[in-house]
Write a protein that binds this ligand. Sequence first.
Ligand code: NAP
Length: 352
Amino acid sequence: MMPRRIYKVAVLGARGLVGQWLVKMLSGHPWFKLTALTSHEAAGAKYGKSVRWMAGGSMPAEAAELELVESDPKKIDADIVISALPTEAAKRLEPEFAREGFAVISKAAAYRLEERVPLIVPEVNPDHLQLLEAQRSSWNGLLVADPNCTTTILALPLKPIADAYGIRKVVVTTLQAASGAGYPGVPSLDLIDNVIPYIPGEEEKVRDELLKIMGSARGGRVEWARFEVAATCTRVPVLDGHLESVYVETEKPVDTDEAAKLMREFRGRPQELKLPTAPETPLVVLEGVDRPQPRFDRMAGSVPGMSVTVGRVRRGSSERSLMFLALGHNLVRGAAGSALLLAELLVAEGYV
Ligand SMILES: NC(=O)c1ccc[n+]([C@@H]2O[C@H](COP(=O)([O-])OP(=O)(O)OC[C@H]3O[C@@H](n4cnc5c(N)ncnc54)[C@H](OP(=O)(O)O)[C@@H]3O)[C@@H](O)[C@H]2O)c1
């Protein structure tokens, strides 16, 4: 589909890692035009002069010329605002933008679990956008949350499994890339030649966000899913790409080959609508026992980095269990790409 017009997009926190990937992916976008970039410390400076560019390739020329502004709704001309702010700043600023009439898509954790804020993986729970009705009484605009990167990469392969077999329990151990902590992130002397066995707050986020995303929306409310989730989240010395080792207990017996086929054939609303950032297949399922690997598979997908790669699909300890590994690019499918896909979904479904 093509929208009726070009939409103006602003990025809050544009100098951070997620902000930079948003700037990169917005360049040449067929529906969106980048009109504003915000910064806390460098407002007033040209983006091109004040950013340590880490998103690969060269910085898009049109972004380099933009003057950074403060995150103030009065200083921004946009239809859609994508927030890549740290949580505390997001908590304060995102409702101000929503109140002033902007459609806000948040990459921050601040409002993900709020009852009237939809938490969306576009292929998994687009129907949860019905929660936006409850926002109309207080805001002229709207606020939609995009999940934690680890949760998005987990929810995508779990969706076809949940639909076919039902889920009783998920046990996941993650090996998360350094860039997931933003820049400068974990000090190099803590991370090189090492694994950090704990990421503050991450395991609770994975559990709560997954249960909200996999829940059912009715009458403008989401009833959270009720299965058990046990997560162990670790940080490893990989630049980009979170790897997740997943064990699932199901309600019904699982046929491993059929489960792999269901994942391979899985498609969602973004594919149906042919959204510009939707990969043809949200999941790429590989056969080899040595995949997925971050270096080889993080840019998987017809839109690079937007597909999650699944491998080593095998039976667990009983016929009602399944094991696999999933890998996704934390800054693309886990952050900038998923926020853009969500923005496209909001436009395509008439919310913006
Ligand atoms: N990294 C990932 O893989 C990932 C994935 C999913 C979600 N997230 C979430 O996305 C958000 C951004 O993450 P990140 O990794 O990009 O962090 P980051 O590299 O630390 O960047 C955060 C940026 O926010 C800016 N900032 C701080 N306060 C601000 C304010 N009041 N107004 C405007 N800008 C402000 C800073 O910009 P200035 O220096 O210009 O002031 C900084 O560059 C966080 O909430 C994070 O939890 C990150």
